[in-house]
Design a protein. Structure first.
Length: 754
DNA sequence: CTAGGGTTAG
């Protein structure tokens, strides 16, 4: 609206020269001095009151620019109470007859977010000009009432007023906030009719409208048509690319802009930087950084936040930290970027130690934020809950739940979804269900979270009921929802139901199956021992079977003792040159147990060729806001540690009630290949569980996260431990959740390296 | 008019 007010002022001043309505350009004070009011003049709060009190009696006439100065100040400071004072004053001096003063007043009420007052004032105006109409429309659009804005536009046409190009730009913005392409197209037709599509403001608005509606091509066409493109035009076009997933195009456009000698502003630079981080191009981002310095925006808070985000998303935590420390002005976005950045690093470093270190670091930032006095918002809470879910920090998650409640963010559906997800991932389906039921709005994602949660906890019936309830409330499922639904069927061995849902998904919801769905279907056939059917299914898929599909099939073959098919599938798998260490471990296990040692060395050779790393295995347990991690170790040294000794005692106890240790592969040391097929009792998760049993209150379930899949031996062992200790033990491995209660596991006994 | 944080996936 900045250009509006300056236009209004210039227009008014021009008019002023011809028809002076008010007294001369200076106003005599009581002391006989003259004060002149200029547009740029600022008043301190005291002067402000004083300026008004001088004219309180309302005996003298006041010039327009007096009001413009005061109102400009009210507008800049968004001060509603001061605006009311000026308004009251204008009523006394008779300035309310002046359409320009009143239009400006409408604009200031709009800026203060008070649409009711703006409308009332507008309705009482003796005359309305295009500025007033436009201001009102823009006001509704900016104060989240875009529909009202469009109604006012029709009212304006009906009243016989002609919209200016600027009015049309403002109406387009209202369409953009409604994400209504249909309305936008209607106005576009109107714009073509009045030949204003070449206008800068109209073109800018068209560009951002089409971008918001996901029509990048139209947005760029609108941009190209603008005759006199300004920085805003270029910035709109560049960010349109970024918002529509065309970062490379956006960066090219940015280069074009630079080559045309258009100087970018902080908006352009932040948009470009965020596009760089989106496509992981630290290189380009670094070049943009030098431009930020060149154009003097390096210390701009928004620019700094984007730079910080760029570095943290590219894994340069050190540089992000350095930027953070160098900022003397920090806002919530800065904190959120640090927290979310660490959370994202956790995902990237999933299978190694730094993952949990990143999690702890992020939680430290969260407590620092809490101490800083800045209030966390829904973004902060969502991120932090995700971190708790990853490290299974239930206690901290509960504390954050309480904080969310106090801060009043519980009704936010995204925070609620994160909460449900956190409880699910921490293995507490009861609390997840409770949080879910307390939500007043249920989106597709929230339903999906809950369905998946039931499914992961082995509660197939509840998962399917959830899905039917979701359909009853007319929330449309997506591909992810069906991952949960199909998994529930697979888990309970409901073959026909699964096939039925698989068809409904495609025919009724027009969802093309992706690898996740195929994997579950294959997994289901395999669980039921229907290996031939599984193979037929794989052959009929409309995409090339992946590493994971074959792995699931091979695991099934081993489980059902059909090595013929297993060997066949292994050849298919090897021809794909797998990249995942766990895939190779599966094959090594299979060939080793079958005594096919030539194949064992063939697989090992291939691992070296493909530069597949060792199996990095870590387990973590959170106790009282602290995370403890354990590594699978070779059996020579842990005896010296207390925890190793306790684990040995536990193994001995389990053996006395029937536990038999199984042989499993451990690729710990490449130089000691021959030794790798020996039973290892010091699995990381076994150490973590032992630690948990000793350090948690006896009523407390033991919750452990593991970076790789559970092996058959561990799975069996933990069952015994759950019976012996009478404790609930929850282990989340790289693929699924295992909840052990009284010798039984929720996963249905079909897992990983079986 | 234009920018910077977030949720779901056996």
């Amino acid at each position: 609206m900045a250009s509006f007010s300056s236009t209004a002022v210039t227009a008014t001043l021009k008019l002023h020269e011809h028809s002076r309505k008010y007294s001369p350009s200076s106003y005599p004070t009581e002391k006989g001095q003259s004060i002149s009011f200029q547009k740029s003049q600022r008043f301190t709060n005291l002067d402000f009151r004083e300026a008004l009190s001088l004219t309180r009696e309302g005996t003298q006439e006041v010039e327009q620019s007096f009001y413009f100065s005061l109102l400009q100040q009210c507008k800049d400071e968004c001060s509603y109470s001061d605006t009311q004072i000026v308004h009251g004053h204008a009523m006394k001096t008779g300035a309310h007859e002046d359409v320009y003063v009143m239009s400006f007043l409408v604009e200031v009420y709009v800026k203060c977010g008070n649409m009711d007052d703006a409308r009332k004032l507008f309705d009482n105006m003796p005359r309305r000009n295009v500025f007033a109409w436009t201001t009102l429309i823009a006001g509704y659009a900016q104060n989240s009432l875009p529909k009202h804005g469009i109604l006012v536009f029709h009212e304006m046409l009906h009243a016989g007023s002609y919209p200016s190009a600027y009015t049309l730009a403002v109406v387009l913005n209202a369409c953009a906030s409604l994400y209504s392409l249909k309305l936008g197209d209607q106005f576009h037709a109107y714009i073509i009719k009045y030949h204003v599509e070449f206008d800068t403001n109209v073109g800018n608005a068209l560009c951002s409208l089409y971008s918001k509606c996901g029509k990048l091509e139209y947005a760029l066409k609108a941009f190209r048509r603008i005759r006199e493109k300004n920085v805003v035009s270029w910035t709109s076009a560049v960010s349109a690319c970024g918002d529509n997933g065309a970062a490379v195009k956006g960066l090219k456009l940015f280069l074009e802009m630079i080559s045309e000698n258009i100087e970018p502003n902080e908006f352009t630079l932040t948009s470009v930087l965020s596009q760089c981080s989106g496509i992981q191009s630290l290189q380009f981002g670094t070049q943009v950084r030098t431009l930020c310095v060149k154009f003097g925006y390096e210390s701009n808070l928004h620019v700094r936040n984007s730079l910080l985000s760029l570095h943290i998303k590219n894994g340069c935590i050190g540089e992000a930290q350095r930027l953070f420390n160098g900022m003397d002005d920090v806002n919530l976005v800065t904190w959120n970027a640090m927290i979310a950045g660490h959370a994202q690093m956790m995902e990237l470093t999933k299978d190694n130690l730094s993952s949990r270190e990143n999690g702890s670091e992020a939680l430290k930032f969260f407590s620092k934020l809490n101490r800083s006095g800045i209030k966390p918002d829904l973004y902060t809470f969502s991120s932090v809950l995700t971190i708790c879910s990853r490290i299974m920090a239930l206690e901290q998650g509960e504390q954050i739940h309480a904080q969310i409640m106090k801060a009043g963010f519980l009704s936010d559906v995204i925070v609620g979804s994160s909460l449900v997800n956190m409880y699910n991932k921490c293995g507490s389906i009861e609390r997840a269900t409770k949080a879910f039921l307390e939500m007043s709005t249920r989106t597709m994602i929230l339903w999906t979270s809950m369905i998946t949660g039931f499914s992961q906890h082995g509660m197939s019936q509840q998962a399917l009921h959830g899905f039917e309830d979701m359909r009853l409330t007319r929330v449309k499922p997506n591909a992810v929802t069906f991952v949960g639904v199909l998994a529930a069927c697979s888990h309970a061995g409901m073959l026909n139901q699964a096939l039925n849902y698989f068809e409904i998904m495609q025919k009724k919801y027009r969802i093309t199956p992706v690898m996740d769905h195929y994997e579950i279907m294959v997994d289901m056939f395999v669980r039921l021992g229907k290996l031939e059917q599984a193979l037929n299914f794989i052959k009929k898929m409309n995409c090339v079977p992946t590493e994971s599909i074959w792995s699931i099939f091979i695991a099934g073959c081993r489980n059902h003792g059909n090595l013929e098919l297993g060997f066949y599938a292994a050849e298919q798998l090897l021809s794909l040159k797998p990249k995942d260490t766990e895939t190779y471990v599966l094959l090594l296990n299979m060939y080793n147990s079958a005594g096919r040692f030539e194949d064992v060395s063939r697989v090992r050779k291939m691992m070296k060729e493909e530069k597949v790393g060792k199996l990095k295995d870590w387990s973590w347990i959170s106790i009282k806001n602290k995370v403890y991690s354990f590594e699978t170790t070779d059996k020579t040294h842990p005896e010296s540690s207390v925890i190793g000794k306790s684990l040995e005692d536990l193994v001995a106890k389990a053996k006395s009630v029937g536990y038999e240790m199984l042989e499993s592969v451990e690729i710990l040391d490449e130089e000691e290949e021959e030794k790798t097929f020996s039973p290892t009792i010091y699995h990381s998760e076994k150490l973590a569980i032992t630690f948990g049993l000793e350090n948690l209150p006896s009523s407390c379930p033991v919750r452990v996260v593991k970076s790789t899949l559970l092996c058959r031996d561990s799975h069996n062992f933990i069952k015994y431990v759950s019976t012996l200790s009478g404790r609930e033990i929850i282990v989340r491995d790289s693929k699924r959740l295992h909840k052990f209660v009284n010798g039984k596991c929720s996963c249905g006994n079909f897992c990983g390296f079986l």
